[in-house]
Design a protein around this ligand. Structure first.
Ligand SMILES: [Zn+2]
Length: 399
């Protein structure tokens, strides 16, 4: 079994050790050392990274059978003596997040009798799952404030080994078997919490700096809290401050006024959009009346051909519907451009098949489309205004 140096000193980032075994782990070279400060993946937390004699350690795993720590390497290691170095920034980040988790877990119990039933730490997220789905935001804010008070009081955090049966006052959780062979490893935040744990922790709560809950999800009888500690909380504050400061400058208001102002702008936009929609509809009505007045009625029904530029499909459809609402009208309209749009429509009392006609006109020009006998749309090909006019005349000749 590897002597795990981080049990006694979480701050140990460099150490020397001796190789006791060489192996292949998932076809990568790997070694086991007589002693190691590398934390292996486990307990909801990713492993440490670093180097052995300058060779990158790409994964660290605890072997089930004997709890040996397997260091998976980027390339083979020849020497039996190693100078090891842990990626300290990564380790310290994990220490801040993980010790913060002890704090928030204990604070949720103290404030609301809510027990932690899950913990997950990755490179960008830190969550705990509480066994209650009914915690109001104010209660969670109270737990967050309590955790930060312990941080500000800079309480000592100590790890030590107790007798296995000395479990009184210890928050127990599932521990790997090897942790229980030599005794019960506990982590104590002075006067606040004692938890059985084999992880890496800061020495004083003050090193966590700040703890902030950033997201709450309630589902399936539990509450998932996503939170940030230390450097992660600071970076989050910096990013949010930049975003809100820019928003407030753009809106020319104090940052505290931005939510109200944005809500007002959204309401204004909605009102402007519906006013614009009403005005457009009215404009289309006038346009339809004008087109109907000038329609070609040589064949006993009214033929309307109209080619436009820069009109969206919705507006063309609205115009076509309006034109063919009454009896005896066929409307062939479109908008030219890189992706030209065409809408062919006819009144209910006429027999011509607009779907077939549009498909033929569009496909013969490299576009596509189709629809019902009374209403069809399509296009998609590039067409100038002249080319579109020619296409519409071609369609009219097929009628
Ligand atoms: Zn811990």
């Amino acid at each position: 079994m590897t002597d795990r140096l981080y049990y006694d000193d979480s701050y140990l980032a460099r150490f020397t050790a001796r190789v006791t075994e060489r192996l292949a782990y998932e076809s990568a070279p790997a070694v086991i050392l007589d002693r190691s400060a590398f934390y292996p993946t486990g307990g909801g937390q990713p492993c440490d990274m670093g180097t052995l004699n300058g060779i990158p350690v790409i994964d660290v795993i605890a072997r089930e059978s004997d709890a040996a720590v397997i260091h998976v390497l980027a390339e083979p290691l020849d020497s039996d003596q190693v100078e090891a170095e842990i990626d300290w920034l990564r380790r310290f980040d994990h220490m801040q997040q993980h010790t913060g988790q002890h704090l928030l877990t204990a604070a949720c119990v103290q404030v609301a009798e809510a027990k932690t039933i899950g913990f997950h730490l990755s490179l960008d997220t830190l969550t705990i799952d509480l066994d209650r789905p009914d915690l109001p935001d104010s209660t969670l804010a109270e737990a967050e404030t309590l955790a930060n008070r312990i941080i500000q009081e800079d309480r000592a955090v100590t790890a030590r080994l107790r007798d296995l049966d000395d479990q009184e006052g210890v928050r127990m959780r599932r521990l790997p078997r090897h942790l229980l062979t030599e005794g019960l490893r506990v982590v104590e935040i002075d006067g606040f919490d004692v938890t059985a744990c084999g992880g890496t922790h800061v020495a004083r709560a003050g090193a966590i700096g700040l703890l902030k809950i950033v997201k709450t999800e309630k589902h399936r009888g539990k509450t998932r809290l996503e939170f940030l500690c230390g450097g992660r909380a600071l970076r989050d504050y910096q990013a949010k401050h930049r975003a809100i400061a820019r928003l407030a400058a753009d809106l020319d208001c104090r940052y505290s006024e931005t939510p109200e102002l944005v809500a007002k702008l959204r309401a204004d936009l909605k009102a402007a959009q519906s006013a614009l929609k009403a005005a457009r509809e009215q404009l289309v009505e006038f346009e339809a009346d004008r087109l109907l007045a000038g329609a070609d009625r040589a064949r006993g029904w009214a033929l309307i051909q109209a080619a436009y530029e820069n009109r969206d499909a919705a507006e063309l459809k609205l115009l076509a519907s309006r034109l063919t609402a009454g009896p005896g009208v066929i409307a062939l309209i479109g908008s030219a451009g890189d992706k030209c749009q065409m809408v062919f429509a006819r009144s209910a009392d006429l027999p011509q098949d607009m779907g077939a006609l549009l498909r033929e006109i569009a496909t013969s020009r490299g576009g596509r489309g189709g629809g019902q006998p009374n209403f069809a749309q399509g296009g998609g090909m590039s067409a100038t205004l002249d080319a579109l006019s020619t296409a519409l005349s071609d369609a009219a000749a097929h009628l």
